[in-house]
Design a protein around this ligand. Structure first.
Ligand SMILES: *Cc1c(COP(=O)(O)O)cnc(C)c1O
Length: 449
């Protein structure tokens, strides 16, 4: 039975972001999950060290979340949001507005983070058209940014490995530098921040008349390797956007819902975005719901008699799905009753101490963390910060070793990603960091020889 399933997976599946030759060599099929562990079809258990790719909040099979879905199932699973709404989508919208930055008052649903970003881009673009400033139709995006894999989201992304091949399909966007302190010349966070803000301002001075919006991940660039922005950067970007009349799209898809120790990471700098994309943790990691939140000012630019054709012509079949919205509501209730934000903020301090122990390993170059969002950058030489040769695939080898030792995660190149479910206890965090430490030392000591 087990072998049979593995054969079927090899014969018929094509997996996302996966070289299928790698999968054929090391197949894995998950069968069940409980708490912060998942179990494969052979009965092996693994810590979910990456929250099933940055989603899971309260662990798997959380009683209250399961129950919320069952309750909704007895009423209806899905009806459309085109021209009408449903009960949980309506209730959830109010709850989202209550927890998000003050200036945001409207919720537009979709099914994935990439779609939430597409929607933000299209809204920003059409906003200027609707108010009679069609010249503002271009975007600024950040170097190393990642906003999802649809064409619009890829166009404002800039991770060469993922995006290069699709270059001819993309629309142009201006790229602005991001303060990557570890790899900056000065290594000084404030200097690195100021240099990047200076370059952004030059870009704005020269081009603001044709720029609709700037897109940026909130406080941490996730997919480019957990690059944490220095204090004052995100708020500096906000100030420049305001000064040059450019909308600010903040991508909270990875960082939202407590991941960094705040409900949304932009709270660290009291930033008020004009548009905000949310996804991933919104349903506790259960179902595909995402949302684009925006201001009353932008909403009103679309509100008019039908003949003006100011309508936002965008939608998806499953937008506002009841099962997803019902579990999202319960997720948010649990954030309150189980004081998740406070717990993450507190546990993150303990996690910081645990991660510090990795510093003694000979190939750990940089350890980056904001809340439960962590990246460990492995290098061949700590002194020169020289990376390992890419073909050695050190990050990938470490993740396979971790799997062997009982934990799942996916690296970004040679940055080991650690993003455990927010419900992870101190003991569980300790056990996971210990697996990470063993896997890193074993793999890097072999690779050196
Ligand atoms: C994951 C992610 C996305 C894309 O979300 P999907 O649901 O995978 O489409 C967008 N932005 C950021 C910052 C992400 O981490």
């Amino acid at each position: 039975m087990t072998q049979n399933l593995i054969e079927k997976s090899k014969n018929h599946l094509w997996l996302p972001f996966t070289q299928m030759k790698d999968y054929d060599n090391d197949p894995l099929i998950i069968d069940s999950g409980n708490g912060i562990k998942v179990k494969d079809i052979d009965g092996n258990e693994y810590y979910d060290g990456f929250s099933s790719v940055w989603l899971n909040v309260h662990g798997h099979r959380k009683k209250e979340l399961d129950h919320a879905i069952k309750l909704q199932l007895e009423k209806i699973s899905h009806s459309t949001l085109l021209g009408m709404t449903n009960v949980p989508a309506t209730e959830l919208a109010e709850k989202l507005i209550n927890i998000s930055p003050e200036q945001l008052t409207r919720v537009f649903y979709s099914d994935s983070g990439a779609e939430a970003m597409e929607i933000a881009l299209k809204m920003a673009f059409q906003y200027w058209k609707n108010i009679g400033k069609p010249d503002k139709h271009k975007f600024i995006s950040m170097q190393n940014g990642y906003h999802g894999d649809t064409i619009g989201a890829v166009s404002v992304g800039s991770i060469d490995l993922f995006h290069h091949v699709y270059g001819p399909l993309m629309f142009d966007s201006f790229k602005s530098p991001i303060p990557y302190v570890y790899r900056s010349k000065s290594g000084n966070p404030a200097q690195c921040r100021d240099e990047c803000l200076y370059e952004l301002e030059q870009l704005l001075i020269a081009n603001h008349g044709e720029i609709a919006a700037l897109s940026i991940e909130s406080m941490v660039q996730g997919a480019s390797g957990m690059i944490v922005m220095p204090t004052g950067f995100l708020s500096g970007v906000r100030e420049l956007c305001t000064k040059y009349d450019v909308l600010m799209i903040v991508d909270e898809v990875a960082t939202g819902f407590g991941r960094t120790g705040k409900m949304f990471a932009c709270e660290y700098e009291s930033v008020q975005p004009d548009l905000m994309a949310a996804g991933k943790g919104i349903t506790g990691g259960y179902l595909p719901i995402a949302a684009t939140l925006t201001t009353e000012e932008i909403y009103e630019a679309f509100y008019d008699d039908y003949e003006t054709l100011k309508t936002f012509f965008h939608g998806h079949s499953y937008t506002g799905n009841q099962l997803g919205c019902a579990v999202a509501i319960e997720n948010l209730r649990l954030f309150e009753t189980e004081t998740i934000i406070e717990q993450v903020a507190e546990k993150a301090e303990g996690l910081h101490l645990l991660l510090n122990e990795l510093e003694s390993l000979p190939h750990v170059g940089d350890i980056r963390q904001l809340g439960f969002m962590c990246g460990i950058e492995l290098v061949q030489s700590k002194e020169t910060k020289l990376p390992f040769p890419a073909e050695k695939r050190v990050g990938y080898q470490v993740s396979l070793k971790m799997r062997e030792l009982g934990m799942l995660t996916r690296p970004m190149g040679d940055v080991i990603v650690f993003m455990p479910p927010l419900a992870s206890t101190r003991d569980e965090l300790e056990a996971m960091v210990s697996i990470m430490k063993d896997a890193i030392s074993e793999v890097t000591s072999v690779t050196l020889k």
